[in-house]
Design a protein around this ligand. Sequence first.
Ligand SMILES: Nc1ncnc2c1ncn2[C@@H]1O[C@H](COP(=O)(O)OP(=O)(O)OP(=O)(O)O)[C@@H](O)[C@H]1O
Length: 629
Amino acid sequence: MAWRASRRLTIAFAVLSMLMAVLPVTIAWCTKLVLDEIAGGRPGAGVTAALGGVLAGCGVLTALGPQIVQYVKDESGRRIGLVAQDNLFRATERFVGLARFEDPAFLDRIRMAQQYGGATPGMVVSAALGTARTAMTGAGFLISLATISPWMAALVVGAAVPSLAAELWLSRRRAAMLWGIGPVERREFFFGELLVNVQAAKELRLFGIGAHLRGLMNAQRRAANAQRSRTDRRELGVQAVTATTAALAAGAGLLWVLVSAANGMGAIGDVALFVAAVAGVQAAASGLVVELVTAHQQVLLFGHYLAVLDAEPDLPVPARPRPAGPLRRGIELKDVWFRYSPGHPWALRSVSLTIPYGSAVALAGRNGAGKSTVVKLLCRMYDPERGSVLWDGIDLRELDPAELRARIGAVFQDYMEYDMTAAENIGLGDLAAMDDQGRIEAAARRAGVHGVVSGLPRGYDTMLSRIFAGLGEPGLGEAGAGEAADTEAGLAGAGLEENGGGVGVHLSGGQWQRLALARAYLRGERDLLILDEPSSGLDAEAEHEIHQGLREHRHGRTSLLISHRLGAVRDADHIVVLDGGQVAEQGTHTGLLAHDGIYAHLFALQAEGYRQRGDRNADAPRDRLSEAR
Ligand SMILES: Nc1ncnc2c1ncn2[C@@H]1O[C@H](COP(=O)(O)OP(=O)(O)OP(=O)(O)O)[C@@H](O)[C@H]1O
């Protein structure tokens, strides 16, 4: 990944690291030679000056080197981070369904991958080079030390081995601890987000639950802190023992060399070299431990990143999918059984229903009956556990999900409100039309939101957000993971310059819903239009307008409408009533009223609401109900 992110930086990082590795040994040897020259009483001006020059050069490099290495390391880390992030999210796009995003353990993995995946490759490269650098420095000092005392060299190395083993064990424990506290940290993050979330703010204030949620957030942090403290204390204990052992070995060696020098058994330069070498070997040994442990721990954490990258697809996609041709006959659910996981109850039980080509089918039923679940299966967000969903007789499992979805236009019950411009909010419905102002406006007009959007401060370019300041700019576009994303144009495109500039605009619930509808309309005449509660947030007039539009629009088109407002579904060609995950009844509006089952009951209850005794024109709806019957 480092190589792919930037070859030049990786090479520069490697070369600089090696240069920094030989500096301390060069300085120690030059110092020894200068001291020996002086102590020997025969200093040659040329030699001393040359050694002095080398020492001065090394001094400059020692002063400058770390900053340059740090810059190269950071720059390289930034680029690797971008590649890693792109790879990670590319991998999450491979999950064509929703199940992975509802699996808490997998969400923890994604969070760990996000947290460590971006930084890890850079840190591993840096730790690997750091290991090579400290190993080189250490080897240089070790050889120097061995020229004075092979025993001392062996003693210092011997003292470092247990330390390395202990640190590797500790790093494994730390990685396990970080994985263990993952869910706790995710909950802490959730409560933290909630406390500053504009949508949650109303309830938080009205119910006065801010302090309660803060308490829950702090409890998560305390639990995580307790685990971290325990790990830190364990590390402190182990490191105290290994550091003391190393210090005792160095002290014993120093004593020995001083006694030898005092007895005339060594040159003054040897003492200086010995002191530098012992300190150098020990610094290299502990540096080596730190670098190796960092790399080891990062590699362990990187496992989560790889686990996401290597995760099996959540839904099998055929190697050679059958083409999802234009709908000709219709869509059929055939004896479909589905539950969200083996631990969940059945959401659909032996559901069989048909959406014939060119007809408008409506789904009705109480909350939790399974209506939205049918929608998710039609878009192949999940596969049925038993039975099948057929597109013109072909099982959805045999089609390419992307091709299938390209044939569907949908407004989901839990539609998205993107913190982007109004044009982008609509344009995301069909990226090909993102820059086609004409098409975007036409879709907005059809959804009855053009008037609102054109009245905004910057019309279609107004940022619809309260979480991002500024009036918005087009996004980064196609800037890839490569170096292009670093350009100034890229940053300006991301609207970074405008941060803190203006005010974002927030729409009302119904206006957002109309935008979601416009997003679906932008997709044009797709083979299947799914509308899951498309007008729940609209005022009566708007709802009437929308349904009127839909009636005209869906003529001769295949559509599936879900609505609790049964007045909106009565015109459907066919109404399917679900109850407890099963098809309870189906037929036309009049047929179902005559059947006097669930539909008739729900319809009567709704109609009842409009004809309270004493209301003006109270009889009008009753007349309509009798008419309907
Ligand atoms: N992601 C999910 N994971 C687990 N269970 C789910 C999930 N989504 C829905 N369910 C369950 O599946 C059942 C059917 O839900 P579904 O959303 O399809 O009902 P619905 O008929 O659309 O309800 P509503 O009218 O309230 O929108 C419910 O019991 C619900 O609790």
